[in-house]
Design a protein around this ligand. Structure first.
Ligand SMILES: Cc1cc2nc3c(=O)[nH]c(=O)nc-3n(C[C@H](O)[C@H](O)[C@H](O)COP(=O)(O)OP(=O)(O)OC[C@H]3O[C@@H](n4cnc5c(N)ncnc54)[C@H](O)[C@@H]3O)c2cc1C
Length: 277
């Protein structure tokens, strides 16, 4: 953000002379994508860490058990989704800097290299995806993940009467829950295909659960604004969630289509298929 505000390159309508690159629509997209993915990842991580704390310390035994179950289902999502988007975000960080990002002086490339190990260690993301679809969703017939979907739908219902941005986000959240439900129903009915659809299944749920948490944050921010706050922090929270809704959540259509496709690439492809040049 500091570099994009400083570096002057090209013309932008409405800005006199050469403009700082932060005014270019594509640079705004990259910065917002980095912000939205980072805030979504943080939201999902803190949500899970809080559940982990409650699973040990809550005074009610039933609540401790419910939180322990939540941590189980959330762990592959936090590990898998956050580390996939960490690579995307740090790569965008290089791109914002242009050629200066690729060479070492800015430090942007170092962040990208550091992020590259994240999907590999502590269990590769291929294994996280198998864990999520197999042990966390199929083994109990979708019971635990359905509780999470019900909580997401409850938020959407609670916010459905809101005006403006929050009302729109609530509609997007309802659609998101439907997409997840469709994917879950499909995998429950086609469990043999689960290894080949596992990655897209994890990405669909990671995208969706993190969007749910961003919507809750946006609603809390709107409450503060309604109470009279003019703090930019709150308006930015809502803008970031709206950006996520229109530019990142829309990936769900692709994830879902890849899950419910009749083609089973895993059965069609044999090792020899990779030998041809
Ligand atoms: C910098 C660094 C630090 C590390 N630190 C630690 C550490 O502190 N403690 C520790 O215990 N380990 C550590 N590791 C090891 C790390 O956990 C492993 O590298 C990681 O689990 C992947 O295992 P692997 O390298 O054997 O890859 P492989 O298991 O050979 O995986 C190669 C590819 O095949 C896929 N694959 C493998 N098996 C399956 C399967 N059954 N189904 C589907 N896909 C599969 C994987 O997803 C991956 O894409 C570290 C590794 C690195 C590089």
């Amino acid at each position: 953000m500091a570099y994009a505000s400083d570096c002057v390159q090209g013309k932008v309508q409405g800005v006199e002379g050469n403009a700082p690159i932060i005014n270019h629509p594509d640079v705004k997209r990259m910065l917002m994508q980095m912000r939205a993915l980072t805030e979504a990842g943080r939201a999902m991580s803190f949500f899970t860490i809080a559940a982990e704390d409650r699973s040990h310390r809550h005074c009610d035994a039933d609540q401790r058990a419910a939180d322990a179950q939540l941590v189980e289902v959330m762990t592959p999502l936090v590990k898998g989704w956050c580390t996939e988007v960490a690579m995307e975000s740090t790569s965008l960080g290089v791109q914002v800097h242009g050629g200066m990002g690729f060479i070492e002086e800015t430090g942007a490339a170092q962040h990208m290299r550091d992020a590259r190990i994240l999907p590999i260690y502590e269990g590769t993301n291929g294994i996280q995806a198998l864990d999520f679809v197999g042990r966390k969703c199929l083994r109990d017939g979708g019971e635990t993940i359905s509780l999470l979907l019900a909580a997401m739908q409850q938020t959407a219902s609670e916010l459905s009467a809101a005006n403006g941005a929050i009302g729109e986000l609530s509609t997007a959240l309802t659609n998101t829950v439907e997409q997840c439900q469709q994917a879950l129903d499909y995998v429950l009915a086609n469990s043999a295909k689960s290894p080949s659809l596992a990655y897209n299944f994890l990405m669909l749920f990671g995208n969706s659960v993190s969007f749910w948490l961003l919507v809750k944050l946006a609603a809390a921010a709107q409450k503060r604004i309604d109470q009279g706050s003019s703090d930019l922090f709150y308006t930015q929270k809502i803008k970031t969630t709206r950006f996520f809704s229109s530019q990142i959540l829309t990936r769900n259509l692709g994830y879902l289509a890849s899950i419910v496709t009749q083609t089973n690439y895993s059965e069609e492809l044999i090792a020899e298929d990779f030998q041809t040049l």
